[in-house]
Design a protein around this ligand. Structure first.
Ligand code: ADP
Length: 363
């Protein structure tokens, strides 16, 4: 999907009789533009967050993620384009009437309030009876696996527990959309991996419609059903995590996903000519393209379709895999092989071969 103003469809719902997909049922952005003096922060962004789904907007710093959240929350007004919920435009609807929740990276809990009063905080706007507040707080603490923590001082909780209290606080008012801004950014790696699965499970089991914005692909892939890649205020690609990872739409997306083996290519009789040699790939359109060699594509036998000689510059043991940095025809390429693979020593010649499915033509 591009950032055009075409009618948005919910990709998860399709009419099998007609082959036409149903319109998106939750949050829709239609060609949203937002400029700050000379900066185009959002350049015609269209996207859809179907109800009960989790969508991640993945983009580098400065790509427009915070601006996007501000526009959806009603804190910023777009220059043009529309934000809709269930087909109703939200123009002029103030932030507090949108019933959208937000969970920030630095999930600041109120240090002077216990767990119960932190979680109850967002419910106070709803003027509920104290019993109803208490019941909702207990329900949310149960959902995040912290039943019985009501009276605990938040200062006595671990980082992961504090994060779950923040999530319970965000879920308590039953927001129709929960926006999560780099939700795990402030935590250490082990805790992040653990919480990623937990947050995904909690959002799923509560059927929460959610929009995550992050620069971290693990966070996006681990949480979301669908990924929207944003760069310089434009949507570069949209799809499920597997589609985006296995079929990046362009060299820009591939680079952002951390792929480094990108070679300029040119159409040639019998394939695509690159500095590495004639690869058995037909460029789709035009004569020039970029070729991605996926890092897990190399074989150390000659069984692959395309074989080449290289020099092993460096090998780094990573537990289950070993990272190989090789030089071939003036190119530096990186591959990943099972660590049990017998390898020559650093500086030695190495013979590699590639399978065709692991080589991709990019726009
Ligand atoms: P991200 O959240 O992905 O880092 P932002 O939405 O914060 O991206 O910023 C997108 C672009 O808009 C950046 O170039 C940033 O410098 C610019 N920008 C954001 N907010 C403002 C502002 N209030 N005034 C001027 N420029 C801004």
């Amino acid at each position: 999907m591009s950032g055009s103003s075409e009618v948005l469809r919910d990709p998860s719902v399709s009419d099998h009789n007609s082959g036409i997909e149903a319109p998106c049922s939750g949050l829709v952005l239609e060609s949203v533009r937002k400029t700050y003096t000379s900066t185009m922060a959002l350049d015609g962004v269209s996207l859809c967050v179907p109800r009960r789904s989790i969508v991640a907007v993945l983009g580098p710093s400065g790509s427009g993620k915070s601006t996007l959240l501000s526009v959806i929350a009603g804190l910023e007004t777009p220059d043009s384009g529309r934000v809709l919920w269930e087909g109703e435009p939200l123009d002029g609807v103030p932030t507090h009437r949108r019933n959208f929740g937000l969970m920030f990276q630095d999930f600041v809990l109120f240090p002077h309030l216990n767990v119960e009063r932190n979680v109850a905080f967002g419910l106070q706007m709803q003027r509920l009876e104290p019993e109803a507040v208490g019941a909702r707080v207990r329900e949310c603490l149960e959902q995040v696996g912290l039943a019985g923590f009501e009276r605990r001082d938040v200062g006595t909780l671990s980082g992961g527990e504090q994060q779950r209290v923040a999530l319970a606080r965000a879920l308590a008012p039953r927001p129709r959309l929960l926006m999560l801004d780099e939700p795990l950014g402030a935590l250490d790696r082990t805790l992040r991996e653990h919480l990623l699965g937990e947050i995904h499970h909690i959002l799923r089991s509560t059927h929460q419609t959610a929009l995550v914005v992050t620069h971290d692909q693990e966070e996006a892939f681990g949480l979301a059903d669908r990924i929207v890649i944003l760069e310089a205020g434009r949507v570069l690609q949209e799809g499920n995590p597997q589609q985006v990872y296995h079929h990046p739409a362009s060299a820009a997306v591939a680079r952002f996903l951390g792929f480094t083996n990108l070679l300029p290519g040119e159409a040639a009789p019998g394939g695509t000519q690159t500095a590495l040699g004639l690869l058995p790939l037909n460029p789709p359109r035009g004569t020039r393209c970029m070729v991605l060699l996926r890092p897990d594509s190399a074989r150390l036998d000659a069984q692959g379709t395309f074989a080449f000689d290289a020099t092993l510059i460096e090998r780094t043991f990573r537990g289950p895999t070993c990272i190989l940095e090789v030089e071939a025809h003036g190119l530096r390429l990186t591959f990943e092989v099972p660590s049990a693979t017998p390898l020559p020593s650093q500086g030695s010649p190495i013979h590699l071969s590639l399978d065709p499915h692991a080589m991709q033509i990019l726009a």
